[in-house]
Design a protein around this ligand. Structure first.
Ligand SMILES: [Zn+2]
Length: 402
């Protein structure tokens, strides 16, 4: 075995170089040498290894045949891909995205998650295959798959744990089922966490401390602190839907407790409260429609839901001091009324320093947040220093063995 060659390629060095190139900017070997302090000859070897992996490509003035090779390099966005999967209560969306997170091809279907994991995941496999083909790639170009599920997920194993609206999914091995076909790393997380990733990536790339709150059929939040998505010990960090709110004392919740935030401020809870006032509101969407038509009862119900949410978020603000709180999910379409209720309580009840620069705002990314976030989940894993290092070591080993 030729150890010196492996040494020269220095897998960790190649990975460091790649992390510099991940921002998508083109750089010459000289610029890379200046940035890293490495010799140009070393840079050349490492760039070659990254090009072999399809992670980096030449960018400027590449001659079509022969001639001098191009002298600038950047993250390759035309070779490798990830699959991004957003599984909701009654829909599945899937995208093939490039390593910069841009969706290249997308598909969706109205499938009830209650049909069970096999029906839903088999659709994902079929649609994923078709989309990869459509982009002109093959399965060998797939780096990883990110999946969002509408329930609690143990992130370390990718298993859904007692998900309330997902019969048949409890502890179903989602990663193993997909890996059986795609054979790449499969990352599974709850939908609110991937929405937080997507929202941050698109709308708040420079914000380090952000809480994304989804208000829809259920209520949950995704917490980004110090620039990193915080999942907690078991993956359930941010699950604020079952915190008790003062107004809720006797209202039963599907979790078995009483007075939960979700039992008072979710879309179905607002629809139910409005039915009791004589309105024909069967769903969250009906509530949004009433608000849009200026119905006073509906506006008041949404604003009160915002205040309930504000009670819980006030505690979150004290605990993690975010600079942005984003409200998303279908009820965010009720517009400023929900946000106004949240602001009313949070600004009144928090310490001045905590709210001095705190923005509370509506989601910018909307329905795309989940699929974009699922893509980011896959990319963050596939292009992490450890994974790139492993890929480079692998080609080093093949070269050494040859
Ligand atoms: Zn509850």
């Amino acid at each position: 075995m030729d150890i010196s060659r492996g040494d020269v390629l220095g897998s960790s060095g190649a990975s460091d170089l790649f992390q510099i190139l991940r921002d998508g900017r083109s750089r010459t070997r000289t610029e890379l040498a200046n940035l890293t302090g490495l010799a140009r000859s070393t840079i050349a070897l490492r760039v070659d290894a990254l090009m072999q992996l399809g992670l980096v490509s030449p960018t400027a003035d590449a001659p079509s045949t022969g001639g001098r090779p191009s002298s600038q390099f950047a993250l390759a966005t035309d070779i490798k891909v990830v699959l991004a999967v957003d599984i909701g209560a009654s829909h599945v969306r899937i995208a093939v995205s490039d390593p910069a997170g841009r969706p290249l091809e997308e598909d969706s279907a109205n499938i009830e998650v209650a049909r069970g994991p096999e029906a839903v995941l088999n659709w994902v496999i079929e649609a994923g295959d078709a989309l990869i083909k459509k982009t002109g790639r093959s399965l060998s170009d797939l780096l990883a798959i990110g999946v969002g599920l509408p329930g609690p997920v143990e992130y370390s194993t990718g298993l859904p744990i007692n998900p309330p609206i997902m019969p048949g999914w409890d502890r179903f091995d989602v990663p193993a089922w997909l890996k059986g076909h795609f054979n790449v790393p499969i990352l599974v997380d709850n939908d609110v966490n991937i929405m937080a990733l997507g929202e941050r990536e698109v709308a708040w790339p420079d914000v380090e401390h952000l809480i994304f709150v989804k208000v829809a059929t259920g209520i949950g939040s995704g917490l980004i602190s110090g620039g990193i998505l915080q999942r907690g010990a078991q993956g359930i960090a941010g699950d604020i839907g079952h915190v008790q709110v003062p107004r809720g004392a006797d209202v039963p919740c599907h979790c078995g407790n009483r007075g939960c935030l979700e039992a008072l401020a979710s879309g179905p809870a607002m629809a139910r409260a409005l039915r009791e006032q004589g309105h024909d509101t069967a769903s969250s969407q009906d509530v949004v429609e009433l608000v849009k038509h200026g119905n006073l009862d509906a506006i008041q119900a949404v604003r009160q839901a915002g205040r309930d949410l504000g009670e819980v978020l006030t505690a979150c603000v004290s605990l993690v001091n975010p600079s942005v709180i984003v409200i998303g999910g279908s009820m965010a379409q009720a517009g400023e009324h929900l946000i106004a209720g949240v602001r009313e309580v949070v600004y009144a009840r928090s310490m001045p320093l905590a709210t001095a620069h705190l923005q509370i705002t509506q989601s910018n990314v909307g329905a795309n947040a989940a699929v974009l976030g699922a893509g980011m989940l896959a990319i963050h894993h596939a292009l992490s220093p450890a994974r790139v290092e492993a890929m480079v070591s692998n080609i080093d080993a093949i070269a050494a063995g040859a």
